[in-house]
Design a protein around this ligand. Structure first.
Ligand SMILES: *Cc1c(COP(=O)(O)O)cnc(C)c1O
Length: 432
C-alpha cells in the first residue's frame, strides 16, 4: 500500500508525522481522530502553486464543509486560503479563523433570510442558486443600505464519474441555475438595485479521479462567461468549484494531482477567457484534496467474532465516519499496533452502532487481530468528523492535531454533560 509521506511504520507501529499512533491512543483514549497539520498546509500549497504556475490570478477557497474544525480553518487561513462556506456557522468560523470576508463565497441552494442578511452584513460574496434567492438578497442588501457581489451557481449539466450522491452538476441535480436560464438570471441581476453580479460558479461533483471532466466544466463555464460578458456583466471571477478526488484505494486508485488538474484545465480556461475577451480570477474550491489524507481515525478492538464472516468489533462506527455507509466509500484499514505483520485473515470492521449496516470495512485482508488491538482508518480527514453525530447517544470523540514534535487537542471528547447540554425538561413531567 502506498502511504502518504506523513504516515510511516516504525517498530511495528503506525506513525503520523513524528507521533506513534499507539501512544496517542493510549494518551487520549479511543476513538480518536488525529490530523497532521503540516500535511494540510502542504496539500494547500501544492494546489495553489500548481495552478498559479500556469495562471497567477488564482484563489483557492477551502470547502469548509469537508472539515470545519477551527484549528484546520486557522491553519489554512495562515497559509492564505479563503473558504467556500455553506452555512452561517461555516461563514462565522471562517471569519473567526482569520479569513478575510473577500476570500469567502457563501454557497448553498437553500439559504434563509438570516443567512442572506449575514452575508450582506459581513460583506461576503454570495453564490446565488435561484431567481427567488436573488430577489430576496437584493431586498436584504437594499434594506441594509449596502451592495453585495454575487455569482450564480450554474448547473453545467455534466455527467461525472463518481458516486451519484456526490455528483452535483448533473442536469437533474438540485444545485444551480439550469444552463438555459443563465442569461436571464444575469439580466435579472443587472436590473437589481443592490446586487452586483461579478462572478460565475459551478461545482460538478466530488471524489472525481479523472481530470477531463474539470476541463469540460472549464469549457462550458468560459462559454457561459462569454455570453454573460456580452450582456454587460463585468465578470471578475470564474469559480470552477472543487471535486478532485484522492486515492482511497491506495494500491489501485489513480492519484491525479493538482498539477495534472492544472495541466488539463488551465489551457482550456485560458483559451476560453481569451475568446471571451476577459481576464477574470480563477477560483477553485477543493475540500477533500486538502484535508482527506491528513487524518487517521483510531479505533480500539473490543472483540472479535467468528460468524459467517470474521467481525472485528471496534469502538468507532458510522457515528464518527459515515462515508462507508452513506457513499459505499472505501477506506484503507491498518492494524496500527501490528502494522508490519503480514495479512493473515479476511475481516470486516464493525462499529458499535445498533444498525446492521454499521461496517467501516468489509472483507479486508488484515493481520490476525484480537481485543485490545488498535485499528487505523486512513484518509479520514474529509467528511469524517465533520459528518459525525451523537446517534445512539454516543459522545463524539476528541480530535488531536500534530505538527512536528508537538501534539494538542483541537477538540476535546464529549461527555454525558454534552449529551445533556441542549436537553430541556418539559415542566409537566415534574409536576405533582
Ligand atoms: C462540497 C463542495 C466543494 C468541495 O468538494 P470536494 O470534493 O471536497 O473538493 C466545493 N464546492 C462546493 C460548492 C461544494 O458543495
Amino acid at each position: 500500500m502506498r502511504l502518504p509521506p506523513h504516515l510511516s511504520v516504525r517498530n511495528g507501529h503506525l506513525h503520523i508525522g513524528a507521533h506513534d499512533t499507539v501512544a496517542l491512543a493510549r494518551r487520549y483514549g479511543t476513538p480518536l481522530y488525529v490530523t497532521d497539520e503540516e500535511r494540510v498546509r502542504a496539500n494547500y500549497r501544492e494546489y495553489r502553486d500548481a495552478l498559479q504556475a500556469r495562471y497567477p490570478r488564482v484563489k483557492v477557497l477551502f470547502a469548509a464543509k469537508a472539515n470545519g474544525n477551527p484549528a484546520i480553518l486557522r491553519a489554512l487561513a495562515l497559509e492564505g486560503a479563503g473558504a467556500d462556506v455553506f452555512s452561517a456557522g461555516e461563514l462565522l468560523l471562517a471569519l473567526r479563523a482569520g479569513m478575510a470576508p473577500g476570500d469567502l463565497l457563501f454557497n448553498g441552494s437553500s439559504k434563509s433570510p438570516s443567512d442572506l442578511a449575514l452575508a450582506v452584513e459581513k460583506g461576503v460574496r454570495v453564490s446565488v442558486d435561484s431567481l427567488d434567492e436573488l430577489r430576496q438578497l437584493d431586498r436584504a442588501a437594499t434594506e441594509a443600505g449596502r451592495e453585495v457581489e454575487i455569482a450564480f451557481r450554474v448547473n453545467p449539466a455534466l455527467e461525472v464519474p463518481t458516486h451519484p450522491k456526490i455528483a452535483t452538476g448533473l442536469a437533474t441535480s438540485k444545485f444551480g441555475i439550469p444552463h438555459g436560464q443563465v442569461p436571464d438570471a444575469y439580466r435579472a441581476a443587472l436590473s437589481c438595485r443592490s446586487v452586483v453580479p461579478t462572478g460565475i460558479h459551478c461545482h460538478i461533483g466530488s471524489q472525481i479521479l479523472e481530470v477531463k471532466p474539470f476541463a469540460e466544466a472549464a469549457a462550458v463555464m468560459t462559454r457561459l462567461a462569454a455570453a454573460v460578458t456580452d450582456l454587460g456583466v463585468p465578470l471578475t471571477f470564474i469559480d470552477l468549484g472543487g471535486g478532485l478526488g484522492i486515492p482511497y484505494h491506495r494500491t489501485t486508485d489513480p492519484a491525479p494531482t493538482p498539477g495534472d488538474y492544472a495541466a488539463e484545465v488551465i489551457p482550456v480556461f485560458l483559451q476560453g477567457v481569451r475568446d471571451a475577451g476577459i481576464s477574470p480570477e480563477l477560483w477553485v474550491e477543493p475540500g477533500r484534496y486538502l484535508v482527506g489524507d491528513s487524518t487517521v481515525l483510531l479505533a480500539r478492538v473490543n472483540s472479535v467474532k467468528e460468524a459467517h464472516a470474521r467481525f472485528v468489533n471496534v469502538d468507532a462506527g458510522f457515528n464518527l465516519l459515515v462515508r462507508p455507509v452513506m457513499y459505499d466509500a472505501y477506506h484503507e484499514i491498518m492494524v496500527a499496533n501490528r502494522a508490519d505483520s503480514p495479512a493473515a485473515q479476511s475481516s470486516s470492521i464493525a462499529g458499535p452502532i445498533c444498525e446492521t449496516g454499521d461496517l467501516l470495512a468489509r472483507d479486508r485482508a488484515l493481520p490476525r487481530v484480537q481485543a485490545g488491538d488498535l485499528i487505523a482508518v486512513l484518509d479520514a480527514g474529509a467528511y469524517g468528523f465533520a459528518m459525525a453525530s451523537q446517534y445512539n447517544q454516543r459522545c463524539r470523540c476528541p480530535e488531536v492535531l500534530v505538527r512536528g514534535k508537538e501534539e494538542a487537542l483541537m477538540r476535546r471528547g464529549e461527555t454525558l454533560d454534552d449529551l445533556l447540554a441542549t436537553a430541556e425538561e418539559p415542566p409537566w413531567q415534574h409536576r405533582g
